[in-house]
Design a protein around this ligand. Structure first.
Ligand SMILES: Cc1ncc(C[n+]2csc(CCOP(=O)(O)OP(=O)(O)O)c2C)c(N)n1
Ligand code: SF4
Ligand SMILES: [Mg+2]
Length: 297
């Protein structure tokens, strides 16, 4: 039987950390570790989750955990799991928790190498859509129109002018054993995917959307609601890739309005109606492509 809220491990492995109230990223780390269990070795590169988790002497992991260089989460995890196996230890899970900057930008080469070697590891990218730990700078997973400290909103330029990188499809294009997208707004789906990944041998990747109240300009009790809305309005989608096929794990019947999702967040307050219409058109184009190549509709 697959894991659910009732069967989820009651033990905590990520607690007492210093994340902001309502941090969606800490929820993703906490829940994944509850699914993976105590015999998990976690690697976290520079980023909010390592910054809030490794504050000596208040270390916050109940399982083994290491901090890596910003670029090197995947390669350190390769070494960790190979080292354990060399000692004859096989009853463990190896997982990385890396941010969008640490994954889609500086860590992409190490991740690509680990997938290419089909190393037996799970790489979870928690995506808060900017370099939050260093003060909200744009990454390649920052969405179009978002205001960050490096993509300010003014009269002529309305925040980020580039679209969000298609990281899930880039990872899948490696022919990886298992990859999935998820959202902390749909925790059952996320838990199920973490569990599924833990049962697959080889390289696995999960890209989970994790709102950041501080960087997104939302209240700390809106995290889960916003993480649901981004899926419901079609700006994020829940899917899997395995055996060479893409599958949707949630079939949206009708999208809610993108404007409702965007206007709730401080980082999108400057958007004009034309900007919102442009975002909706690019959502529709993305979904036209999804409908052509994904199963499950
Ligand atoms: C080589 C290197 N460059 C820059 C930094 C500074 N740095 C630490 S965390 C961070 C931002 C990380 O962003 P992301 O990966 O999205 O994680 P988040 O902070 O959002 O959780 C940066 C730029 C660093 N530690 N190492
Ligand atoms: S800045 Fe954002 S991602 Fe970082 S700890 Fe705070 S809420 Fe979490
Ligand atoms: Mg980030």
């Amino acid at each position: 039987m697959s894991v659910n809220v009732r069967s989820l491990n009651e033990d905590e492995y990520f607690y007492g950390h210093k994340a902001c109230a309502g941090c969606g990223c800490s929820l993703a780390v906490r829940i994944a570790l509850k699914v993976l269990g105590e015999r998990t070795v976690a690697v976290l590169p520079a980023g909010c989750m390592s910054a809030v988790g490794f504050i000596f002497p208040q270390l916050c992991f109940g399982n083994n955990a290491l901090k890596s260089t910003f670029a090197g989460a995947a390669s350190m995890l390769t070494g960790v799991q190979a080292g354990l196996r060399a000692q004859g230890i096989t009853d463990f899970q190896a997982v990385a928790f890396a941010g969008d900057g640490g994954t889609a930008d500086i860590g992409l080469q190490a991740l690509s190498g680990a997938i290419d070697r089909d190393d037996d590891l799970l790489y979870i990218c928690y995506d808060n859509e900017a370099y939050m730990n260093t003060g909200i700078q744009k990454s390649s997973l920052t969405p179009f129109g978002a205001r960050t400290t490096t993509t300010p909103a003014g009269k002529n330029v309305h925040g980020n002018v580039r679209p969000k990188k298609n990281l899930f499809e880039i990872v899948a294009a490696h022919g990886i054993a298992y990859a999935a997208t998820a959202s902390v707004g749909y925790l059952d789906d996320y838990m199920h995917k973490v569990e599924k990944a833990s049962q697959v041998r080889g390289a696995k990747f999960i890209h989970v959307i994790t709102p950041c109240p501080t960087g997104w300009g939302i209240a700390s009790d809106e995290t889960v609601e916003i993480a649901r809305e981004v899926v419901d309005c079609g700006l994020w989608y829940l899917a899997e890739y395995a055996d060479g096929e893409f599958t949707l794990t949630q079939r949206p019947k009708a999208f809610s309005a993108c404007a409702d999702y965007l206007r709730k967040q401080g980082r999108f307050q400057h958007l004009t109606d034309e900007d919102v219409a442009l975002i909706e058109r690019s959502r529709d184009a993305k979904w036209a492509a999804i409908r052509k190549s994904y199963q499950g509709l």
